[in-house]
Design a protein around this ligand. Structure first.
Ligand SMILES: [Zn+2]
Length: 217
């Protein structure tokens, strides 16, 4: 199954926000070209603008995952490099979970986990799971590494916390269970570039070259 990684679906000016009209085209194209059953769409950070696309997106039948930042629900994305956009609230998240959106964890505060002392990093991972399970009333089985940092130590913490699967943001075909790749979609991806990403599994020649050379990650 091909997994795409989105962030905000909005006209915000940051590099990762995909304009709604462009996203609608992409969803239709994926359903028509690859088939909705073969594609999963993931949305990192849990931006509130997801609520605008979900009512029509759910009709396609894609597997949809939202990776939420558990201690920031109902607040804003205020961490390093963030788009400063509003985030889904607790009630939004529990309603989405009941409507078939899988809620995954994206740490407690979107910290750079590799730069924290081990105990603090572990707490970010364990707390996120507990807090999101309390909100949704459902098991939280998947994790997305903030900033795509998946060092061996962090992977081991995610495993120990009981997550079944964890995702990085890197295109290609690495399918290790705790470092599963997702193809990142950027706001500037036009139709051709998006189609190439979705069809080949690679976002860029740089990613392809890293794989050919055997660069781990
Ligand atoms: Zn993130």
């Amino acid at each position: 199954m091909r997994v795409l990684c989105y962030h905000s679906i909005s006209d915000a000016a940051d590099a990762w926000s995909v304009p709604p009209a462009r996203f609608a085209w992409q969803a239709r194209w994926l359903a028509r070209t690859l088939g909705a059953a073969r594609v999963a769409l993931s949305f990192d950070d849990g931006y509130a603008d997801f609520l605008h696309v979900w009512p029509w997106l759910r009709e396609f039948g894609f597997r949809v995952m939202v990776f939420a930042v558990s201690a920031k629900l109902g607040g804003g994305a205020d961490w390093e490099g963030a788009a400063r956009l509003p985030l889904l609230a607790r009630d939004d998240l529990s309603a989405l979970a009941q409507q078939g959106v899988e809620i995954g964890a994206h740490s407690a505060t979107h910290a750079r986990l590799s730069q924290l002392p081990p105990e603090a990093a572990r707490a970010q991972i364990v707390q996120a799971r507990a807090q999101l399970e309390a909100v949704t009333g459902a098991p939280v089985r998947r994790f997305a590494y903030p900033y795509s940092e998946a060092t061996p130590a962090l992977v081991e913490m995610v495993r120990a916390a009981g997550f079944e699967q964890a995702y990085v943001m890197r295109s290609g075909y690495g399918r290790a269970r705790l470092t599963t790749r997702r193809i990142p979609v950027a706001g500037a991806d036009g139709a051709l570039r998006f189609a190439l990403k979705a069809l080949t599994g690679y976002a860029s020649w740089v990613d392809l070259r890293m794989d050919v050379r055997g660069v781990p990650g």
